[in-house]
Design a protein around this ligand. Structure first.
Ligand SMILES: [Mg+2]
Length: 226
């Protein structure tokens, strides 16, 4: 059985956004009365939706985050994306050569992806096949977003491969019955990230995006010879 659709996570897979994002979240949360470091943000919230993260923080605080928090965060984050964000090395080359269809499935909002993918030249290459957890009831680690993306693209889950850098994303892809490759080439990935992704259930892990076309072909060959 061949792979017909590659579903890319956005943050940490298409754009090298996680370090910038964790720093902005830590700054703004701390300013609004929830002291936290960028490292703690990364450990606790990487790959999960803002809605779920905010709920957890508000439960701990015992109050709603102030209205100004959301605007402040968005301003700081989008300014940082526009100034500093870079595409993952090799992703433009990969999009030039892959023969499968491609789409994006992200825990982030459409507005955030317009800024992050837009400032790295990726938005116009991938639109309109860009899906957000805001379009489904349950975000990652639930399978909903991946199943929604596959349905919108008209491809059965068995013929999809998901490219993910987070544990929540890998769990979601597996629950959707899809192959999942763990990517650890983002600058937020420390030593041991590959092993963590493998233990979470990634079929394989890789850190050089240029390898992706060959890895996807490998899945096909495996199935044919196995
Ligand atoms: Mg990610």
């Amino acid at each position: 059985m061949s792979i017909d659709l590659i579903i890319f996570d956005c943050d940490g897979v298409l754009v090298d956004s996680e370090v910038i994002s964790c720093r902005a979240h830590a700054d703004v949360l701390t300013r609004h009365g929830y002291p936290i470091t960028p490292e703690q943000v990364s450990e606790r919230f990487l790959g999960r939706s803002t809605k779920q993260a905010n709920l957890e923080i508000e439960t701990e605080l015992g109050r709603k985050l102030p209205e100004a928090y959301h605007g402040d965060l968005q301003d700081q984050l989008f300014r940082a994306f526009e100034a500093d964000l870079e595409a993952i090395r090799g992703i433009h080359d990969v999009l030039d050569v892959v023969t499968q269809r491609v789409c994006v499935a992200s825990s982030g909002s459409h507005q955030r992806m317009q800024v992050s993918l837009g400032s790295t030249g990726l938005y116009e290459r991938l639109a309109p096949n860009i899906f957000s957890s805001s379009q489904v009831t349950n975000g990652k680690p639930a399978p909903d977003l991946f199943l929604f993306a596959a349905r919108e693209m008209g491809v059965p889950p068995k013929r999809c491969v998901v490219i993910e850098d987070s544990l929540a994303g890998i769990a979601g892809a597996r629950a959707a019955g899809m192959k999942v490759f763990g990517f650890f080439g983002g600058s937020h990935c420390g030593a041991g990230h590959a092993e963590t992704l493998r233990r979470a259930g990634a079929d394989l892990t890789f850190s050089d995006m240029h390898q992706l076309p060959e890895l996807v072909r490998g899945v096909t060959a495996d199935v044919l010879t196995g």
